[in-house]
Ligand binder design. Sequence first.
Ligand SMILES: *Cc1c(COP(=O)(O)O)cnc(C)c1O
Length: 385
Amino acid sequence: MTKLKNETLAVRHGIEVDQHHGAVVPPLHLSTTYSLADFATKRQFDYGRSGNPNRDTLAQLLAQLEGGERGIITATGMAAVHLVTQLLTPQDTIVIPHDCYGGSYRLFTSLAKRGLFKLVVLDLTRPECSEGIKESKPKIVWIETPSNPILRLTDIRQVCDAAKQVGALVAADNTFLSPALQNPLALGCDIVVHSTTKYINGHSDVVGGALITKSAELGEELAWWANNIGITGAPFDSFLTLRGIRTLKLRLRQHEENAMAIAEFLARHPSVEHVYYPGLESHPQHELAKQQQAGFGGMVSFDIKGGLKDSAKFLTSVNQFTLAQSLGGVESLICHPATMTHAGMDEQARLEAGVGDTMIRISVGIEDKDDLIADLEHAFAQLES
Ligand SMILES: *Cc1c(COP(=O)(O)O)cnc(C)c1O
């Protein structure tokens, strides 16, 4: 039989496994403990922290979608980020990008401050980063591409080449594109991390995380740590997340179609200073996006003309975009990074990272795109009045 495509796997995985009643959808298993089959004879599962049918079904599917050997489901995305740091000792160095997700940046810097490992912060979107990686002699290089909120890209192959030359592992946070649009393991990475809270679950009703490894050995080591420190995901969260993945590709297709239309609309609008979207030909890394991604994703950022007052007016004038952080759900969200996701950053660093008071980030949902554009048009009109 030919290998099934990811869309088929995502829909079929775990279907028709119930031996008892023939339930088509995998049943939810909440039991925390499992009986032994006989004296000193374990079944597949023994205790819920170590293994659970719903969690394991989800882990296997995500491993297949990312092209890895092993998947591990964690309680949150940050738990998956934290799990990677278990590979480091105080002598080891991790290289991280200067503009990685704020929560990851906070975690890496606070653990490094405690002396758990050494930290080198680099701009991985620049070709010169290869030299910096080699000089740092890291154990791990951390990638996050596209970056948040200005959607800069890191050349995954280039970073992996530099890392391999000094024997480093490469871990990629693939949250912004999901396995439907980018597969870092195929580009040379060893570990992929996800906040499944975002596109993978896709319905803004589960906080969760996942880690996928290319090799079975590394997967075994990290699965041991996940059980050891007790960060594995809950059964019901896994159940919902699996349901979300059934439509992952379908959703991403619509997110992207809508995002492209909105990016083009914004690029033409006189009240817009700059649009950040890798799908636009004007994006400085549009060619790289076409090479390493299977699509451009559903996140669009832009700078509005004017100042903080205009951003505030715009953000409170939209009706079809909810003013909230997070991303990747079916509903459109709008966010002001300077006062929301990036509020914890010192002002100088924030401005250097390109996140000014006029920046607005949209997580474009799967609504009708004409309705979304009409709503943005309406919000722009409020500025001028
Ligand atoms: C949200 C997010 C995280 C953290 O995930 P949680 O599920 O909120 O713990 C990590 N990386 C990226 C890129 C994210 O967007």
